[in-house]
Write a protein that binds this ligand. Sequence first.
Ligand SMILES: CC/C=C\C/C=C\C/C=C\C=C\CC(=O)SCCNC(=O)CCNC(=O)[C@H](O)C(C)(C)COP(=O)(O)OP(=O)(O)OC[C@H]1O[C@@H](n2cnc3c(N)ncnc32)[C@H](O)[C@@H]1OP(=O)(O)O
Length: 312
Amino acid sequence: MALRAVSALTWGLGGPGVGPLRSGTFLRCATQHRLEKMPSSIGFPEASRRPFSSHRILVDVDQSHGVATMKLKNPPVNSLSLELLTEFVISWEKLENDKSCRGVILTSNSPKIFSAGLDITDMYGKNAAHYAEFWKAVQEVWLKLYTSNMVVIAAINGSSPAGGCLMSLASDYRIMADNPKYTIGLNETLLGIVAPFWFKDNLVNTIGNRASEHALQRGLLFPPADALKIGLVDQIVPEDKVQSTALSVMSEWLKIPDHARQLTKTMMRKPTADRLLKQREADIQNFVSFISKDSIQKSLHMYLKFLKEREK
Ligand SMILES: CC/C=C\C/C=C\C/C=C\C=C\CC(=O)SCCNC(=O)CCNC(=O)[C@H](O)C(C)(C)COP(=O)(O)OP(=O)(O)OC[C@H]1O[C@@H](n2cnc3c(N)ncnc32)[C@H](O)[C@@H]1OP(=O)(O)O
């Protein structure tokens, strides 16, 4: 198997914003519309579209089908900066509160990069208060995605290292562009940092313990075909078919009654989400003390230098 690495290196019913069942779920299910036919592209008819956006997040809601497409837009590499994470949470809550929205396709506005992961500049050369705020936002985005009532499909239209991979892992289904230049994986060790337990839990739940041990320790980044083999993604498709495939997979998922699917998702994911929720503050303090260490700051500095100076 060809493995590539960049060288050098709420649950709790009613919990704020992350509860598994929105009020009215059962009522809505009884009257919900089934998706019989989905459009093959994002070109939804004007009348049923309700786009909204912020600086770094573009959202297009197809109200007649109950599906939103959310695009990350943070050039040049869609890094998950504090600003992007904050805007993500605001947009996500808007969708969660929109009763017509049952599914979200998460993708990137950039053609070659889904997301370069957490913004390293948010973890380098800042003060403890900044690191704490940043990490809380990272936790929040993961909790929102992982515990969402909506069907979440990641349309991975480019490389997806580290935090980018985590966002995909938190989705219900992953479709990746079949381009061997793209990679996906949790490569934290290559930066001299350690994936926290909840990144690890999400990976283990997806690809199993042995494959996770191997992938995490070596910081492996997998090309699409290998990611498919180990179950890191569910489907690979030609680059120009990622969005249309996501829409048709979404239509299949939305045929399942919401309440049954949501309760099943809760049953599967609650223990993992609860583990973070129970020690959220301690996890923030762990991150702050880890990332503030001179040795870790030095590793991040070297990695940023490597990224800037490497041959393209
Ligand atoms: C005991 C444990 C206790 C607690 C837990 C503690 C710690 C856990 C902590 C953190 C977990 C972090 C997870 C992460 O997500 S870390 C981020 C990892 N990301 C990567 O390694 C990806 C790096 N980037 C790339 O590989 C490539 O940029 C690319 C494949 C995404 C795109 O390649 P391109 O050739 O198209 O673009 P580049 O020229 O490389 O980049 C352009 C530009 O962007 C800068 N950049 C790239 N990635 C990042 C990033 N993640 N953050 C900030 N900036 C980034 C790159 O340096 C270039 O900048 P310049 O234009 O040269 O200035």
